[in-house]
Design a protein. Sequence first.
Length: 222
Amino acid sequence: MNEPVTSQSYTAQLRRLAELTARVREQREEAQDWYDQQCAAADRAVADSADEVNRAERELVAAREAQERVDAEVAVLWQELNTRLGGGGRRAGAPPAPAPEATGDPTVLLDGVRDLLRRTRQPGELPGNVNPLLAICGVAGAVLAYALGAVARALGARGDGDLAVGLPVLALVVTLLGPVLGLIPARLIADRRHAVLSPRPVLIVVIAGLTTTLLLLTLPLP
């Protein structure tokens, strides 16, 4: 047989029901707050991921542009190196691929290559072992000038009038230019060796040519 519900027990049940309702409301609010926080965190993560993707895409585009610039500069330097080493107008083929273990900024390496090519582009001095060849140039120039002068003198001796007067003078001028005439082949030697015709080789050519000219002028004519 059920016990009768008293006013006190009814009040206690209402109080219990109110507490349970408040606890359920509190837990529901906590769950909603947690859900909102999770949604906000997810939104922030998506936004951050989108920013990182955009940043990565920009960096990828910049890296590709930098790679294209580096490849173009490498091709120019490679062609210049091939030309410097005697490749001339021939195609040098593709430049060597970068080493797998290579690190660092490639522009620094390219600057070093450009500086090296710039320094090697500057002509140097002719070595001392070409001095005999320079002396031969001077002797050959003097002999050639003397021979041309002799031909002019011979033509003047056979002619008359203005030719008889002018050709000996022309022969003397051509003969005196002999020491300088040897500078033409000397300059070709310097160009082939990518060197500058400095005062030393010029003096060697001129002295050799002048000595030869004096010897030829002092020789008794046949």
